[in-house]
Design a protein around this ligand. Structure first.
Ligand SMILES: NC(=O)c1ccc[n+]([C@@H]2O[C@H](COP(=O)([O-])OP(=O)(O)OC[C@H]3O[C@@H](n4cnc5c(N)ncnc54)[C@H](O)[C@@H]3O)[C@@H](O)[C@H]2O)c1
Length: 252
């Protein structure tokens, strides 16, 4: 039996990396997935492969930091599938990898626009819809950088701490309306983002692997399993949680 039969799930940043793995996993469990991203080529290619495998998915291009795009994304999802039950606010960028003294302020704004404003816009659109349609589930992609400091990634770290703040406040505001709001805090996961941060330098990649007590980076599929748990009825008593999926980093 499927875990998400006929649920409509929007996944932002769904064209690549962790979002892509979530879209594939949710579709395999019977969800109708709205893959959204600003990367149209990879988003459309992913939808093609989900549909070819017998799943249901559509692609809607949206930049999460733009109000107009978020409105359009919701209108398209509602027009196509008639509802939205699950909202995964996954899109995020790492920004520059330099100390605060050298950090460009326009780059700071860019990180906050995507990682914080984008999550807020996605939550607001989802909460408005779910509050009048019987409830739903929201999942925000934070990071272990939302739970502890990371040198040379201060705006990213600040944005991911803020995502946990939004998650907790929304969980309190909407618990009575049957909307659960949780966050995942991944450790280092092998995606393009990590390759950009490490510049594909094997020595740096090895040091990133060692950040996790279990001695390796995670895979997008491992994070997708946690996302499936948090978006399914298996986690029906969890709301306001920021769950580390980090190979043990936060145990230290
Ligand atoms: N990879 C990791 O180690 C790691 C660890 C902790 C948290 N995260 C978080 O997980 C999420 C996914 O990261 P990833 O590693 O898969 O990254 P990625 O760069 O591989 O993929 C991110 C996706 O988001 C899209 N995106 C970026 N900005 C966007 C915008 N403004 N509007 C719409 N789409 C946008 C990109 O086009 C891309 O498809 C991010 O929020 C990231 O911060 C990643």
């Amino acid at each position: 039996m499927s875990i998400l039969p006929d649920k409509v799930a929007i996944v932002t940043g769904g064209a690549n990396g962790i979002g892509r793995a979530i879209a594939i996993r949710f579709a395999a469990e019977g969800a109708r997935v709205v893959v959204s991203d600003r990367d149209t080529a990879h988003g459309q290619e992913l939808v093609g492969s989900i549909v070819a495998a017998g799943g249901q998915a559509v692609f809607v291009r949206a930049d999460v930091s733009m109000d107009h795009d978020m409105d359009l994304l919701f209108r398209r999802a509602l027009d196509i599938y008639g509802g939205v039950h699950i909202m995964v606010n996954n899109a995020g960028i790492e920004g520059a990898n330099v100390a605060i003294g050298e950090y460009d302020i326009a780059e700071f704004d860019r990180v906050i626009d995507v990682n914080l404003r984008g999550v807020f816009l996605g939550m607001q659109a989802a909460l408005k819809h779910m509050a009048t349609s019987g409830g739903g589930v929201i999942l925000n992609m934070s990071s272990v950088a939302g739970l502890k400091g990371f040198a040379t990634l201060a705006p990213y770290t600040a944005s991911k701490h803020a995502v946990i703040g939004l998650t907790k406040a929304a969980a309190l505001e909407y618990a009575a309306q049957h909307i659960r709001v949780n966050a995942i805090c991944p450790g280092a996961v092998v995606t393009d983002m990590i390759h950009r941060i490490t510049k594909n330098d094997p020595a740096v990649e090895a040091s990133y692997a060692k950040l996790q007590p279990i001695g390796r980076m995670g895979t997008p599929d491992e994070i997708a399993e946690v996302a499936l748990f948090l978006c399914s009825d298996a986690s029906s008593f969890l709301t306001g949680v920021a769950l580390p999926a980090d190979g043990g980093i936060m145990a230290g």
